[in-house]
Design a binder for this molecule. Sequence first.
Ligand code: DX5
Ligand code: ZN
Length: 211
Amino acid sequence: MVLIAPSILSADFSCLKEEVVALSQAGADLIHLDIMDGHFVPNLTFGPTVVKSIRDCTKLPFDVHLMVENPQDMISWFAKAGADIITIHAESTKHLDKLLAEIKSYGIKAGVSLNPSTPETVLEYVLDKIDVVLVMSVNPGFGGQSFISSSVEKIAKIKSMIKGKDIKIEVDGGINPLTAAECVAAGADILVAGSAILNSGDYKKNIEALR
Ligand code: DX5
Ligand code: ZN
């Protein structure tokens, strides 16, 4: 069964708590939190104080996607703010193995995200340390971009790499009911969606349409 992770990047930030409650009631499986620092990506979002402030309004796991330079400075902040999964970008560190071990030391799940141009081979020697691979199907930084179709092939390659291992494949960017179907057919387990769920209509219907 596919899991749906709405990205609150497309939420109304003037009432974030209500938005998270509404997404939980609409059938979300995880809440996806996009952390952007204005350096790794050309956009800024929010930090651990905001994550902590909405932690108690849902029981759903918090899926924290760090799009930041120097992730080593911030892992502890988000672990303490209530993250259940922390995903770092392979491109953001020279010490992927070490940082994955640090995430796991907080007793939470660790993920690696790959930009569209990054080959899946970077995962080869850290497969024993990861719970999630987050395939970016847009260049990270903004919601509402078009799906990059080569992501489907990358998902299929990762699916065969992780055979027999308890690792989930998550896909993020440009997900709508059409692209969702392609990604799931290739092996995706978790679909992140911002605009397809939050930009118009009813959250519950939008989540069901993706599922
Ligand atoms: C993009 C973020 C995504 C974004 C997806 O950099 O990582 O999580 O919110 O938005 P949509 O679903 O609109 O492409
Ligand atoms: Zn994301």
